[in-house]
Design a protein around this ligand. Structure first.
Ligand SMILES: Cc1ncc(C[n+]2csc(CCOP(=O)(O)OP(=O)(O)O)c2C)c(N)n1
Ligand code: SF4
Ligand SMILES: [Mg+2]
Length: 279
């Protein structure tokens, strides 16, 4: 695990100059740039305290997001972000971690950690970056790759059924659950503000573009083709109510699915300490 101090470089000519860095490693058209900018805007608008609102990442292309983000970042291990954040929250309950995981990261090798973080209602914002592939390692199929679509490990089409991250989060006990896309940046920012204010596990899935692997392998040669495919496949919860199963085939829902309140892990832990001390 490495801890990096990646506060942005100075850019006097830019309104986000105090927050935004000038360099990144993302491919042209990667949705991660728009997501980083949205998070930076929310961070800047709210003037968040960087000792409290610490970023955490898993391992993948998304672990390069902090090069564009303000504040401090803990880069964890592939699939183990929830375990590291659990330790950090128990050591310092004042933290409000804002976390980024890949779809390979959180829904394959890290599924068990994800499920138990939801069950414990760990007080964190958990942003799942759903780009349909393992980006960093070369475009292998991920648990989110849609059936019949291609990846480097699925040259004839992926025949398995993909995971629905939001359904899994709800079934596991997450108390705030939503999904947007990198074509719904305003809505994502709005939800991120609510997630930061929510006490408990706030899960936001963001469907985003990997033009280099997912787009190119699936007859969407230009980044804009993939952007349009994502935008046009998204259906709001309200609109979906009036649509048939056939009309919803190949689409995915966006919106806020769940908001409930129940004690988070730190609150429960405090209670255990009280009991152990005989109160
Ligand atoms: C324990 C472990 N297993 C495997 C890897 C190799 N690895 C690094 S990144 C990655 C895939 C990342 O894909 P995803 O989580 O979807 O993130 P993206 O690159 O798409 O942002 C893998 C398998 C690793 N670093 N550590
Ligand atoms: S490989 Fe894909 S996810 Fe990684 S930076 Fe390039 S476009 Fe983005
Ligand atoms: Mg991925």
């Amino acid at each position: 695990m490495s801890i990096s101090m990646l506060a942005g470089a100075e850019r006097p000519d830019h309104p986000l100059s105090r927050y935004a860095s000038t360099m990144h490693i993302f491919c042209a058209g990667c949705g991660y740039g728009a997501i980083a900018q949205a998070v930076t805007r929310v961070y800047a608008e709210r003037k968040l305290d960087k000792m409290k609102y610490v970023f955490f990442t898993g391992i993948g292309c998304h672990s390069a997001l902090p090069t564009l983000l303000p504040g401090y970042t803990v880069m964890t291990l592939h699939g183990r972000l929830p375990a590291v954040v659990t330790g950090a929250k128990l050591a310092n309950p004042e933290l409000k971690p804002i976390c980024f995981c890949g779809d390979g990261d959180l829904l394959a090798i890290g599924t068990n950690h994800f499920v138990h973080a939801c069950r414990r209602n760990l007080d964190m914002v958990l942003i799942l970056l759903h780009n349909n592939v393992y980006g960093m390692t070369g475009g292998q199929a991920a648990p989110t790759t849609p059936t019949e679509y291609k990846g480097t490990t699925a040259p004839y089409g992926y025949l398995e059924k993909p995971f629905d991250g939001c359904e899994l989060a709800i079934a596991s006990g997450a108390t705030f659950v939503s999904r947007w896309t990198s074509a719904h940046i305003k809505q994502f920012m709005n939800t991120l503000n609510k997630a930061i204010d929510h006490r408990g596990l706030s899960f936001i899935e963001v469907v985003t573009t990997c033009p280099t692997y997912f787009g190119r392998k699936n007859k969407m040669p230009e980044p804009i083709d993939l952007f349009r495919w994502i935008r046009d496949s998204a259906v709001s919860i309200k609109k979906a109510e009036g649509m048939s199963e056939e009309e919803l085939e190949g689409k995915f829902l966006v919106g806020e699915f769940q908001k409930t309140d129940r004690p988070d892990l730190n609150t429960i832990y405090k209670e255990i300490i009280k009991r152990a001390q005989g109160d």
